[in-house]
Ligand binder design. Structure first.
Ligand code: GRF
Length: 214
C-alpha cells in the first residue's frame, strides 16, 4: 500500500481513474490528499465525493515559485505522502519540491515523449503530422517533461482527427496507463538505474504491458 498525494489543476479525470482503480481493488494505494493550485479545479469535487481530503494552495498567494513549492511540500509531508502524482497539474516545479520528492513524483503527459513536451502536446502532434500519438508516464526531474520514462501507450492519428478527437483517444489510454504504473510502483516493480550517459533511467520488471512482459 502506498500513500499518494495527487496534484491537480483541472477536471481531474486522471485522478478519477486512480480513485476508481483503488475502489476496484486494482491499485494498492491510498490517496492521502488531493492538492490544487486552483479552488475551482474539478478534481477537488471528485476527491471530496470519494471522501479524500483536499487542500487548495493558490499559487498567487506566494511571492515566488520556491515559496509555493515549499507550501506544497509542507501539505504533502503533513499527510505522510510517499509518492506524488501530477495529474493535470499545470505549474512547473522547482528544486524545492523535487528535492523533497526526488524520483518519487510521477507525471502523465499527453504525448509520446521526448516528442512534444510542454503544453498542448496533442495539438503539437497533430500540427507536426505524426501518424501515431499517445501518452507517457514519467518520473519528474528539473526539466519540462524530461524525466525518466516509466511507460507509454500509443494511439493512431486518423486522417480526420482534430484536437478534440485526438485528445479523447489519448485520454482513454491515460486513464488506463496511470493507475497501471502506480500499481507497478506499489508492487515494487519500478527500479531506478543509471543509463550509460549518467542519467537516471527506469527499469520495470515483471509487469505486463501492451507489448508483453516488461
Ligand atoms: C491530461 O491530458 C494529462 O495528460 C495532462 O493534463 C490533462 C489532465 O486531464 N497533463 P484531467 O484533469 O486528468 O482530466
Amino acid at each position: 500500500m502506498i500513500r499518494l498525494g495527487v496534484l491537480v489543476s483541472g477536471g481531474g479525470t486522471n485522478l478519477q481513474a486512480i480513485l476508481d482503480a483503488i475502489a476496484a481493488g486494482q491499485l494498492d494505494a491510498e490517496v492521502a490528499v488531493v492538492v490544487s493550485n486552483k479552488k475551482e479545479a474539478g478534481g477537488l469535487a471528485r476527491a471530496a465525493k470519494a471522501g479524500v481530503p483536499t487542500v487548495v494552495v493558490p499559487h498567487g498567494d506566494y511571492p515566488d515559485r520556491r515559496a509555493f513549492d515549499a507550501a506544497l511540500v509542507a501539505v504533502l509531508r503533513e499527510r505522510g505522502v510517499e509518492w506524488v502524482v501530477l495529474a493535470g497539474f499545470m505549474r512547473l516545479l522547482t528544486e524545492v519540491f523535487l528535492e523533497a520528492f526526488a524520483l518519487r513524483t510521477v507525471n502523465i503527459h499527453p504525448a509520446l515523449l521526448p516528442a512534444f513536451p510542454g503544453v498542448d502536446g496533442q495539438r503539437q502532434a497533430l500540427a507536426y503530422g505524426v501518424r501515431v500519438a499517445g501518452c507517457t508516464v514519467h518520473l519528474v526531474d528539473r526539466g519540462t517533461d524530461t524525466g525518466p520514462i516509466v511507460a507509454q501507450a500509443v494511439v493512431p492519428v486518423l486522417p480526420d482527427d482534430d484536437e478534440e478527437s485526438l485528445k479523447a483517444r489519448i485520454l482513454v489510454e491515460e486513464h488506463a496507463l496511470l493507475p497501471t504504473v502506480l500499481q507497478w510502483i506499489a508492487a515494487g516493480k519500478v527500479q531506478i538505474e543509471t543509463s550509460p550517459d549518467g542519467r537516471p533511467r527506469v527499469r520495470v520488471t515483471g509487469a505486463k504491458t501492451a507489448f508483453g512482459l516488461a
